[in-house]
Design a protein around this ligand. Structure first.
Ligand SMILES: Cc1ncc(COP(=O)(O)O)c(C=O)c1O
Length: 306
């Protein structure tokens, strides 16, 4: 029933960073380099795009600098499919500008809403235009790829981590956007029987980025596995996520704490961007709010390459 397609090169490396650990007040820090295989979204897309007939058209939404939209467009093209994208405005940063340019170069159908209010109208226009783009009825992918099938890809990433570490870390820190990544990690941690805290750092509005939605995605993914005959029995209480807020003025708005985290990481040779990575990393600088010693940081953002 689950036959994911292949988009990334796994396992993604797990790198220890002693210098950055010291600078962040940690005993040990590892980076899970999801960025090295096209970014975290590739994990989910391996399941979301699997099995689609040739020349399918996928429609999805995101901000103008959405790595989810870019990853969907790139992966679709790689597999001979097309994408239609409806984008909403977000603050311009170095990263969002580069993603936005790469989206324009990759996707044959991109429409930009003037605001969130007009987004539904833009989605409808993209959906209509998508019918003329490829074969069959377009397929909808929710914003951020937040779907239980995609969670399975992130679950595999967490199981991969289980093979890369000798003992469980105190915490895994991951940016929280639409929840699929954190859901998969939480599910993996539960399956491994680890007591590790999954710290999901909220960088998007509460309505999309919240604990309830993340846990629901995780439980639905577990149910999906069980329905397909896989004995995936983890106690409900073992699936845990702690949400920490670092959104600041809102999605895509850089924060001073994020800028500080970005500068510290850059000093140690780690490149973060302001929307996800920098905000998520900034929580290490927020003691005693986040008091951990051995942490894994989920490095999710892949800078677009030409
Ligand atoms: C670079 C990056 N990191 C983290 C996330 C958050 O992942 P999720 O939406 O699964 O919570 C996203 C979501 O778009 C992302 O693009």
């Amino acid at each position: 029933m689950f036959a994911p397609c292949s988009l990334g090169q796994w396992p993604s490396p797990l790198e220890p960073h002693p210098g950055l650990a010291r600078a962040s007040g940690l005993q040990t820090l590892w980076l899970k380099r999801e960025d090295r295989s096209g970014g975290n979204k590739m994990r989910g897309l391996e399941f979301l795009l699997a099995g689609a007939p040739p020349r399918s058209v996928f429609v999805t939404i995101g901000g103008t600098g959405s790595s989810h939209c870019l990853a969907t467009a790139r992966a679709s093209r790689q597999l001979g499919h097309r994408t239609g994208l409806a984008l909403f405005p977000q603050p311009e940063t170095d990263a969002s500008r580069r993603i936005s340019d790469a989206i324009s170069d990759t996707s044959p159908l991109v429409m930009r809403a003037s605001s969130l209010v007009t987004l539904p109208w833009t989605v409808m226009r993209v959906w209509r235009a998508a019918h003329r783009l490829g074969a069959g009825t377009p397929r909808w992918i929710p914003g951020g790829g937040a779907d239980p099938r995609a969670v399975l890809g992130h679950l595999l990433a967490a199981l991969e981590l289980g093979t890369q570490l000798d003992s469980p870390p105190d915490a895994i820190v991951v940016p929280l956007g639409t929840g699929g990544t954190a859901a998969g990690i939480a599910l993996g941690v539960a399956w491994l029987g680890w007591s590790t805290e999954v710290i999901a750092v909220r960088v998007a509005p509460r309505i999309v980025a919240n604990r309830w939605r993340t846990l629901r995605l995780a439980r639905n993914a577990a149910a999906l596995l069980r329905r397909s005959g896989i004995e995936f029995n983890v106690p409900r209480a073992a699936i845990r996520v702690r949400v920490v807020d670092a959104a600041g003025a809102g999605y895509g708005h850089p924060t001073p704490e994020g800028a500080r985290a970005r500068a510290i990481a850059a000093h140690h040779g780690v490149e973060l961007e302001p929307t996800y990575g920098a905000k998520a990393f900034s929580i290490f600088l927020r003691r005693p709010d986040v008091n951990v010693q051995r942490a894994v940081f989920w490095h999710t953002f892949a800078w677009p390459r030409p």
